[in-house]
Design a protein. Structure first.
Length: 483
């Protein structure tokens, strides 16, 4: 195709009654008198600031409404007591899920959204829907006792798990780059359920306190103490365990890639159904007799919690193995040293690298040490994202933006390699990831450029690491991309 053929000619305007073109165009009214104007369809919604503001506004309104409803049921004093007791397990749960997410940490904005959705939107939907359904059942059957039982064992699990799963679904759809596997699904679902359990505990503990106030009971024999022991001490992971099943379904679906459309629909639905079933079994444990709660807790909940914990740890180890499998390609191309993929595939080595960078750069200014540790942490995060990007491309095919995303991640790595590279190399030796002898002294700074070339700051960063000239490689980078 010739170069001139790409320029499209303006089509001729139909001329009525042999009217000339200039006369036809001159008859167009002034801009202020235009009747047909271009429509700005969806332009406002495409603004990230508008969407973020709308989402924050909706969650804030839900929070205010749920706050008013809970305070109305518990009273001001009961609300404050419930709030003080319900907040105690929140740092433990958030810390546990954050610890699990150390390989490729989920952005805090996603986690805060998940927690806020569970605490505000999902809790509000659950209170309204559960109350309405229970009253409708009681009216239809004229049996309030059976209505409460049916509402707790059937209605509540369906409504609550569906409302909590919406947060996972939204992040799965609109934050697809940051939702790449089982660990991400578990963490997002865990934060959502933690927020939901926080609001629900305020309600239950506040009502228990109000009941104690009416009966005059205090101490360990009070309803508040019993409720606190069951909900906060014995089963703080109950709601997270239910919703994590939905998160696992979304996580496995994310591993399949966009080509597996049936899996992307069926697996989240299967996880949601399992979450509803486990929740129903937990709520209906009283139907098994006076010891039904302890029976379900010991024979089902504890083993399920252990199995999910094992799956989460195994998934994290799988992510680490992905680093040691995918990153050597970039080490062979000169972007990383051979020791870095080994260090990045070990949580112990990654932590040691951050500590060593902080130690080496803290004299005479501690602020420089903190900046160095942050640079190593960012390097580890970018390297992890690069490995996950390449793994998805190998399994599901490279997307249209693969080259740009790969180039961006390599750019971030290159600008931090002078600090992160030596620290990771030292950590690889110190933790035994390399078979060579452990170095007796830290490597010098700045790091010497490999192959005896000039320091990296004197060379322009390459636009691509394959297919073109790469000044950082001895052969100029003229080699085919590895399979």
């Amino acid at each position: 195709m010739s170069q001139g053929s790409v320029h499209h000619q303006q089509p001729a305007v139909p001329v009525l009654e042999e009217q000339q073109l200039d006369e036809f165009l001159g008859a167009v009214p002034e801009r202020g008198q235009w009747r047909y104007r271009p429509r700005r369809v969806g332009m406002l919604w495409r603004s990230k600031a508008f969407r973020a503001g709308a989402l924050i506004t909706v969650l804030a309104l839900c929070g205010l409404v749920i706050l008013a409803l809970v305070r109305q049921q518990t009273g001001t004093e009961g609300f404050l007591v419930g709030l003080g007791l319900a907040v105690l397990p929140v740092p433990l749960l958030m810390g546990a899920f954050r610890w699990l997410d150390r390989v490729e940490p989920e952005p805090w904005r996603n986690l805060l959204f998940a927690f806020s959705w569970g605490a505000c939107a999902a809790a509000l939907v659950a209170i309204i829907a559960n109350t309405f359904a229970t009253r409708w059942i009681a009216t239809a059957t004229a049996d309030p006792a059976s209505a409460d039982t049916l509402g707790a064992t059937v209605v509540a699990p369906v409504v609550e798990e569906a409302a909590k799963a919406v947060a996972v679904l939204l992040i799965f759809l609109f934050r697809r780059r940051q939702f790449g596997g089982i660990v991400d699904g578990i963490v997002v679902a865990g934060f959502t359920a933690t927020g939901f359990a926080f609001t629900e505990n305020i309600l239950y503990l506040g009502n228990a306190f109000g009941e104690d106030q009416q009966q005059g009971t205090t101490g360990f024999a009070s309803v508040t103490a019993g409720t606190f022991f069951v909900r906060v001490v014995m089963s703080p992971f109950a709601h997270p365990l239910f919703t994590v099943l939905s998160g696992i379904g979304f996580g496995i679906a994310a591993l399949g890639g966009p080509r597996h459309r049936v899996r992307r629909v069926l697996l989240p639905l299967l996880g949601l159904v399992l979450a509803m079933g486990m929740h129903a079994l937990w709520n209906g444990s009283s139907a098994f007799g006076p010891y039904g709660f302890y029976l379900v807790y010991g024979a089902f909940m504890v083993p399920s919690f252990g199995l999910v914990t094992w799956l989460a740890v195994w998934s994290r180890q799988r992510e680490l193995r992905t680093l040691s499998t995918e990153l050597p390609v970039y080490a062979a191309a000169g972007w990383l040293t051979p020791a870095e993929p080994l260090a990045l595939a070990s949580m112990k080595a990654r932590g040691m690298a951050r500590d060593m960078a902080r130690h080496w750069h803290s004299l005479p200014d501690r602020a420089r040490g903190r900046e160095a540790a942050r640079a190593v942490a960012e390097y580890e995060s970018f390297a992890t994202s690069l490995a996950m990007l390449r793994r998805r491309a190998r399994h599901d095919g490279a997307g249209p933006d693969f080259a740009l995303r790969e180039q961006e991640l390599l750019h971030h790595l290159w600008h931090r390699r002078d600090i992160a590279g030596p620290a990771l190399a030292y950590a690889a030796h110190a933790t035994g990831r390399l078979s060579t002898r452990r170095p007796s002294v830290p490597p010098p700074f700045p790091r010497q450029f490999p192959h005896g070339g000039p320091p990296p700051q004197q060379l322009p960063a390459p636009h691509r690491h394959y297919g073109g000239y790469n000044p950082y490689m001895e052969d100029g980078g003229h080699r085919p991309p590895p399979g």
